[in-house]
Design a binder for this molecule. Structure first.
Ligand code: PLP
Length: 390
């Protein structure tokens, strides 16, 4: 069944006032999400924070069940986090690395992830190896497989980069990771909520995501998946009363599920809002969302490439809702500012934050327009008219 555009736009109050092509930054929330967050905040105001949390006592279970359905995993393999980066770093640091271990990653790895890898290499003596992308912007799996040996402790891949709409072959990489028995951490920050994700098809051991992007949840929320069979192999870097019980003066017991990576204090309202957002996506259907987003993005790429002086940067047949482009005449920042005057939201990707990628592709700062299923072809026409007007 296709998505009812009138309904989803009606559910999204801001659609009336602006053209939001910054879904890869933070998507617009459906009214249900904002209402659920506000309802909980008002309850906290009325009866107190602990008491409000008690009132919503089934929340954590509901959250894990909902993400279990979204990722096709068991609820005990899901945990809440306050961002994708927090989830990703928590998991990275829990891998028992030894000096000399190697970590394989890709050219499109997210900036903050790569910074954590650099930090780890500096302090733990692990070695990072970056596998280049081919001309289509896809990680070269042949080169990657040739690098795999007993010293590779982890493969870390970003499914869809912040700076490019190319969808990386995450499942093919998962098959290689399994064949060689290597731990595989997938950053699904941009893919969660815009495409069907199944951790078994993807073959990843750990996956992280954020709430505010294609899932349309509140800011300050994220989640992680941890395959149950690797739970005890990982060593959480910090624990508290959420992740463990204090049994006696010198003894504690870690939780027996992925929530051993959670911290006790968190935004309860945010967690509620994220569960509502995930449920909204599940009700629309991730396959429908995926095809709607990809069709709109293809239309947008086509339309931008026909405008004089503009170049679209992604090609290939596996592309997501992220469209990046540059102008011969204007800086990326100018274009973003001009578009904002037309009430059109986009973002700028800075070359500085893509040190593995843009210099190699001879790119400077670029513009990013990212569409969601609630955007329309009429908005694409208006976007192109605005782009042509300055
Ligand atoms: C691919 C990717 N990974 C991770 C992140 C970080 O997400 P968060 O800000 O929730 O930590 C982003 C944010 O832009 C991203 O695009």
């Amino acid at each position: 069944m296709s998505i009812n555009l009138g309904q989803v736009r009606n559910d999204t109050p801001a659609c009336k006032d602006l053209i939001h092509f910054n879904n890869a930054g933070a998507a617009l929330q459906p009214r249900d999400v904002t209402d659920a967050v506000l309802r909980h905040l008002l309850l906290e105001q009325r009866i107190g924070g602990y008491e409000a949390a008690e009132h919503n006592a089934t929340l954590s279970d509901d959250f894990c069940h909902c993400f279990g359905r979204l990722l096709n995993c068991a609820p005990r393999e899901v945990a809440f986090a306050e961002s994708c980066t927090r989830a990703w770093t928590q998991l990275l640091l829990s891998v028992p690395f030894e000096a000399g271990d190697r970590i394989i990653t890709g050219q499109s790895e997210y900036a903050s992830n790569y910074l954590s890898l650099l930090h780890l290499a500096k302090h733990k003596g692990v070695k990072i190896e970056v596998i280049p992308n081919n001309d289509a912007g896809v990680i070269c799996l042949k080169t990657l497989e040739n690098k795999l040996d007993n010293n590779v402790r982890l493969i870390a891949l970003t499914h869809i980069a912040s700076q490019s709409g190319v969808i990386q072959p995450a499942a093919e990489l998962g098959r290689l990771a399994r064949k060689h028995h290597i731990l595989y951490l997938l950053d699904a920050c941009q893919s969660a909520g815009q495409m069907h994700l199944d951790v078994n098809e993807l073959g990843c051991d750990m996956l992280t995501g954020t709430g505010r992007k294609y899932l349309r949840g509140p800011r300050g929320t994220g989640f992680m998946y941890v395959r149950h069979s690797i739970l005890d192999y990982l060593q959480p870097q910090s624990i508290d009363l959420q992740s463990a019980s204090w049994l006696s003066r010198d003894h504690y017991l870690l939780r027996d599920d992925a929530r051993r990576f959670e911290v006790w204090e968190h935004s309860v309202a945010g967690k509620i809002g994220l569960a509502v957002a995930a449920d909204y996506a599940l009700r629309l259907g991730l396959a429908e969302i995926e095809s709607t987003v990809q069709t709109l993005a293809a239309t947008l790429r086509d339309a931008i490439s026909q405008l004089p002086g503009l170049t679209v940067h992604e090609h290939g047949d596996k592309l997501s809702g992220i469209v990046t482009f540059s102008s011969k005449r204007h800086s990326a920042r100018d274009i973003q500012n001009q578009l904002r005057k037309h009430r059109i939201n986009t973002s700028v990707i800075r070359c500085q934050n893509t040190q593995l990628d843009f210099p190699d592709r001879q790119l400077g700062d670029v513009n990013r327009a990212s569409v969601h299923y609630y955007n329309t072809e009429a908005e694409i026409v208006a976007f192109c008219a605005a782009l042509s007007s300055f």
